[in-house]
Design a protein around this ligand. Structure first.
Ligand SMILES: CC(C)(COP(=O)(O)OP(=O)(O)OC[C@H]1O[C@@H](n2cnc3c(N)ncnc32)[C@H](O)[C@@H]1OP(=O)(O)O)[C@@H](O)C(=O)NCCC(=O)NCCS
Length: 187
């Protein structure tokens, strides 16, 4: 299991025992927000499918409060598309416990994922952000992601038609020294 610390944030690869906490966080946003386009709450089996990947480069990490060990959220990368030519492109996912938002945890998790993804040989990270999710869009812009398009009115939730912005960032080559801390942390 991968376990490491980055900018004071403890990250631990998701294991079966963490699934209920991760599921509770995700289902909160399913019920209350348009951050995800799931409408009905997920079960544990569904969550397994979201956080465990057949591609060994793709992983999900729980974000732990350093003093209490509480699960403050989870973050990970998954294949953007299983077709071979997309091999070096991953999607980013970050979901924080509502009580842990607004403290910079999302940025720390995202910076870690970038170093981790670069160390795994990924070239491009994508984030699909619902247009009205201004906090998420602000986080990605702050870390240098560029909006490269909007899919208009592709979702409908809570009676609203919703667009999705695509944010992209090209990662430094895996030989870049910036990617080494993560490579060391996860060896
Ligand atoms: C999106 C998320 C990961 C961001 O992480 P976070 O640690 O809460 O990030 P912050 O609250 O520090 O906000 C990041 C930036 O957005 C800005 N921001 C926060 N709320 C905002 C708002 N309502 N409008 C505009 N900007 C906002 C902050 O000012 C901050 O920028 P700054 O550091 O320059 O001040 C987290 O809030 C979350 O898990 N949200 C629910 C699930 C979700 O939307 N996941 C992403 C799916 S794509």
């Amino acid at each position: 299991m991968i376990s490491c610390e980055s900018e004071g944030l403890l990250l631990e690869e998701v294991e079966e025992t963490r699934l209920p906490a991760v599921l509770a966080i995700y289902n909160h946003y399913v019920r209350t927000s348009t951050a995800t386009f799931h409408i009905a709450e997920l079960g544990l089996d569904d969550m397994r499918g979201l956080v465990f990947h057949t591609d060994p480069r793709c992983r999900t990490f729980v974000l732990l409060d350093a003093s209490t060990g509480r699960v403050d959220g989870y973050a990970g990368i998954s294949r953007y598309n299983p077709r071979e030519a997309y091999d070096a492109t991953a999607s980013v996912h970050i979901y924080l416990d509502p009580a842990a938002t607004g403290c910079g945890t999302g940025a720390k998790a995202l910076r870690f994922l970038e170093r981790y993804a670069a160390a795994q040989g990924f070239h491009v990270l994508l984030a699909l952000v619902t247009e009205e999710n201004v906090r998420s869009a602000a986080l990605f812009r702050k870390l240098g992601y560029v909006s490269c398009g909007v899919m208009h009115e592709v979702g409908r939730k809570f009676g609203r038609l919703l667009g999705v912005s695509i944010f992209e960032k090209t990662l430094p080559a895996s030989g870049d020294p910036e990617s080494l801390p993560a490579a060391e942390a996860v060896r």
